[in-house]
Design a binder for this molecule. Structure first.
Ligand SMILES: [Zn+2]
Length: 479
């Protein structure tokens, strides 16, 4: 292709987005690429946070190219997710389905434009360093816009493909905006939805877990952070982490008025903020950087999601948002799912991590696999207690996570399984301190019940299970 020269400046792809509200909700995207054809444009096939093939091309209604005389022609596919742009095509225009409201989707209505560029933006595989300038053409000037992207000249700017694909944009005619600061970092809470959580306690709880997490990591990875809450009237419970934002979707919005729904929101929020370190920066080598055009299996999902699930809940206890009985209930829920899933005795959690790309987000066939969230969190708990036992309480799993942040995350060095386990062993004080846990419960399929009972006992907690009505019921007592 020939590139249009812009001396001294990196080429920028201009993308204009507008809502199409007649019939099925859609968006129309028009991109001006800083080059002339022929070239190929690609749509991501998956999105970070969900380690399976998303096949976003299934939401594309049409893909058109504008010729020099102004007329539009249909572009031909070169693969399921890529299109050929012939010579003399200046702009590309496509229509994308936009009636999905979860934490990683794209959805529009009369009062909202919500996009995750990773499912609807084209990119040029050979020019992933090119920037993006995004214009929301039909969003009224008065609408608040929540995004981590900076704005200049009325357009939202992204450095490159990695940046744009990790930057959701939420614009609506009404967004509640709460703000706080922690360790000098500005934090923003944006809420879309009919019914919303109590702003005072919501803000206070965010401040508490944010302060606590930053104190334990020593520093925060981003210059700012945005919690974007999408509370639609549909059934949804979902959160997705990004570099400097998270989207959390819970619906119907009235759930946020109940104690259970409120607790879920805060639980997801603490989990997602922990991801700002663990997985966004302390990131498996297979996802560093993200390769959006192909499946990228990693055996380390139990670190990405398991450690985050365990630590997200633990920080709620650490900062006082939940008390000890509250933390016990959260662990009971996890252990309940753990003991009732025979799949953990068939596939190791490392193998189940690798296989999320096959069936990680569905029940799958009976008894085949474990959950990276549940089995990963159970393993994280065992590692945490082991490190505390061996160091007399001087160090914990969080000490290791801080070291991983400083040695790998800050430098953006992709993490391997052996890196992870050697840092945990180092913190525990011996090169083989956690080898049995890795062998039995990460790479192996041993039953961990006896070790769990012993670990809880060491914490002063009693763990029991009994079988009734065809399933196990787990109970943790703190007396
Ligand atoms: Zn997560």
């Amino acid at each position: 292709m020939s590139q249009v020269d812009t001396p001294g400046e990196k080429p920028v792809i201009d993308i204009a987005v507008r809502r199409l509200m007649e019939g099925t909700p859609k968006i129309e995207l028009t991109a001006a690429f800083p080059c002339e054809g022929p070239f190929e444009v690609q749509l991501p096939i998956w999105r970070p946070g969900r380690y399976e093939v998303g096949n976003f091309a299934r939401y594309v209604y049409d893909m058109m190219g504008q010729q020099s005389d102004g007329s539009w022609i249909e572009l031909q596919k070169t693969s399921l997710h890529a299109w050929h742009v012939p010579e003399e095509i200046g702009r590309v225009r496509w229509t994308f389905f936009a009636d999905l409201f979860n934490a990683g989707s794209t959805g529009v209505a009369a009062d909202i434009l919500y996009i995750n560029p990773v499912n609807c933006f084209l990119y040029l595989p050979d020019h992933q360093d090119w920037g993006y300038a995004i214009e929301l053409t039909d969003v009224p000037a008065g609408w608040p816009v929540a995004t981590g992207l900076p704005q200049s000249n009325g357009r939202w700017q992204a450095r490159d493909v990695q940046h744009v694909m990790d930057s959701p944009i939420l614009a609506a005619d009404a967004l509640t905006h709460l703000q706080y600061e922690s360790n000098g970092i500005p934090f923003h809470i944006w809420i879309y939805g009919q019914d919303q959580p109590n702003p005072d306690s919501f803000l206070a709880d965010h401040v508490a877990f944010t302060d606590s997490q930053i104190a334990h990591f020593g520093s925060f990875p981003a210059e700012h952070y945005h919690f974007m809450y999408v509370l639609p009237e549909r059934e949804v419970r979902h959160g997705v982490e990004h570099e400097d934002t998270t989207v959390i979707a819970i619906g119907p919005s009235a759930k946020s008025q109940t104690q259970g729904g409120y607790d879920e929101l805060i639980g997801i929020a603490s989990h997602e903020l922990y991801h700002a370190w663990n997985v966004k920066r302390i990131r498996p080598a297979e996802w560093t950087p993200y390769e959006f055009a192909q499946a990228c299996p990693s055996r380390m999902g139990y670190v990405a999601e398991g450690v985050t699930t365990y630590m997200g809940d633990l920080f709620l206890f650490e900062c006082g948002v939940v008390d000890l009985p509250g933390w016990c209930r959260l662990m009971e829920r996890l252990l309940d799912r753990h003991v009732n899933n025979p799949g953990r005795l068939n596939s190791s959690v490392a193998q189940s991590s690798f296989d999320t790309w096959l069936d990680g987000y569905e029940a799958g066939v009976p008894g085949r696999k474990g959950s990276i969230y549940v089995e990963g969190a159970v393993l994280a708990f065992l590692c945490d207690v082991r490190i505390m036992q061996l160091t007399g309480g001087e160090a914990s799993l969080q000490t290791a996570m801080r070291m991983l942040w400083e040695q790998f995350g800050m430098e953006r060095i992709g993490l391997t399984e052996s890196d992870y386990w050697s840092v945990l062993n180092e913190v525990a004080g011996a090169t083989d301190a956690l080898d049995d846990l890795r062998l039995h419960y990460a790479d192996g399929t041993e039953d961990s019940w006896d070790d769990l009972v012993a670990a809880m006992e060491w914490q002063g907690l009693g763990l029991t299970k009994n079988h009734r009505d065809g399933r196990w019921h787990v109970s943790i007592s703190s007396t």
